[in-house]
Design a protein around this ligand. Sequence first.
Ligand SMILES: [Zn+2]
Ligand SMILES: [Zn+2]
Ligand SMILES: [Zn+2]
Length: 239
Amino acid sequence: MKIVLLGTGDAVGTPRVGCSCPQCSHARQTGRERLRTSLLVSECGHNILVDTGPDLRRQLLENGSPRIDAVLWTHGHYDHFMGFGEFYRVQKMPTVFAPPPVMDYCGKIFSFLDFPPVRVGEYEPFVIHGIEWTFLPVCHPPAYTCGLLISAGDVRIGYTSDTNRNIPDRTREALTGVDLLLVDALLPGRLHVPKHMNYEEACELAEDLHAADFRCVHLSHLVPWDLPRLGRDGEEFVF
Ligand SMILES: [Zn+2]
Ligand SMILES: [Zn+2]
Ligand SMILES: [Zn+2]
């Protein structure tokens, strides 16, 4: 199984339009970017996308133009599903898997596209092309949001999606001991917002869950470029 971080940015990406903070200035000088957070998971020639953000077209072009067999949506925020229309007239519309509240919301917005929707309940494992997936509710008020456990053989990968630190106990148990945790870290350690974790909280969660390795994702432009364990756009993990 291979996992590629197609993007590691927050809802607006880095550089942020109109911003001249140190991180955005560095981004403009070097061409470095954080596109909106999304994962490409590949197994035996099949490609599965976790979230379809507004940078989807560029992310696919920059990562070998894979044909996508299936999509999973974690929640109905613009930066996680609004790129889905990029499949139109490019390939057969992929099957989309999502928890019912997420499918109801996002499916309505894409009602002009003909795609096969599959509603999957939280904590109910299901298999796509040899990979087992489980939607795990997190805490990202007010949007109903699920992280994911991704399992193939004895490898287990956790993705928190967007969440604050109040993750339900059952979800924490499911994510305990993963080989790799991809964890929301929107802000530097000194800053707090109700919907997301900051860098320190993300590192603490990875330690609490005894994750063998972890990367922070969903990073805003306020997060410096050089902290340890930050995910990079295009970073690959092979298991
Ligand atoms: Zn987001
Ligand atoms: Zn900035
Ligand atoms: Zn969100």
